[in-house]
Design a protein around this ligand. Structure first.
Ligand code: CTP
Ligand code: MG
Length: 243
């Protein structure tokens, strides 16, 4: 599944992020192709912006991704809601689901294969991740660039930056999304914030998540500089394919 319903506020004004172009094709098209390179993937469910289903169908069609292996559904206001809506469109006989951000257009097929293989080999939930370059500090957040008190510094060697696709036993992913929805409707004040990744929901309800090696080219296009980097990576790939 490819959640692609976000607005891309941190990327700045313009079309929804997943529809922004990279090397002549929308990020979303790159992401769908990246999954399609893996033999582990049967069906791709794309979760479009709520009012963008027709547009996404047109874009996929225009890039030759209009087969019966690609389906499009409307997303929601949060990533968590979008994934839940996408899951509802996954056929009942599918036992393993990979969730991959449209905003990670350049994920190498090796990462997709490794995640799928780890679930197939028995893991409940699998996330690809890379070690951090920067030291990370926990702070008391303050607005408007005010100095923020530091609470502590986790040991860098124990930290990982997680990427997608994240892979799950389908019944588990269904269950944690259903629980999260139920929890939101009972305790609107105390409800935890919407999850920024699916593995986070599995952790919240006591499930086991394992990490496999990710890849530096699976980075997320979030801010304008990321788009510059993505163009450079794509240009390098195209140049080396030419030789
Ligand atoms: N996403 C989604 N539905 C939402 C929000 C996000 O399907 N309501 C998707 C995005 O399209 C993206 C992925 O989740 O592929 C990761 O989210 P993020 O990088 O945060 O993208 P945006 O939410 O679009 O960006 P921003 O947070 O800067 O607005
Ligand atoms: Mg977001």
């Amino acid at each position: 599944m490819v959640p692609a319903a976000g607005r891309g506020e941190r990327l700045g004004p313009g079309a929804p992020k997943a529809l922004r172009e990279l090397g002549g094709a929308p990020l979303l098209v790159h992401a769908v192709r990246a999954l399609g390179r893996s033999r582990a993937i049967g069906l791709v469910v794309v979760v479009a912006p709520p009012d963008g289903v027709e547009q996404v169908l047109g874009l996929l069609d225009g890039h030759g991704l209009d087969g019966e292996n690609v389906q499009v559904v409307a997303g929601g206001a949060t990533r968590q809601e979008s994934v839940r809506l996408g899951l509802a469109a996954v056929p009942a006989d599918v036992g393993i689901v990979l969730v991959h951000d449209a905003a990670r257009p350049l994920v190498p097929v090796e990462v997709v294969d490794a995640v799928a293989a780890a679930v197939r080999d028995g893991a409940d939930a699998v996330v690809p991740a890379v070690p951090l370059a920067d030291t990370v500090k926990r702070v008391e957040p303050r607005p408007n660039g005010e100095p923020e008190p530091v609470l502590d510094t986790p040991e860098r060697a124990t930290l990982r930056a997680v990427q997608t696709p994240q892979g799950f036993r389908r019944d588990l992913l269904d269950a944690v999304h259903a629980k999260a929805l139920a929890d939101e409707s009972v305790a609107s004040q105390d409800a935890p914030p919407a999850a920024t990744d699916d593995a986070g929901l599995v952790e919240r309800y006591g499930g086991r998540v394992v990490v496999v090696p990710g890849h530096e080219e699976a980075f997320k296009v979030t801010r304008p500089l990321d788009l510059v980097l993505a163009e450079a990576v794509l240009a390098r790939r195209r140049a080396s394919d030419g030789f």
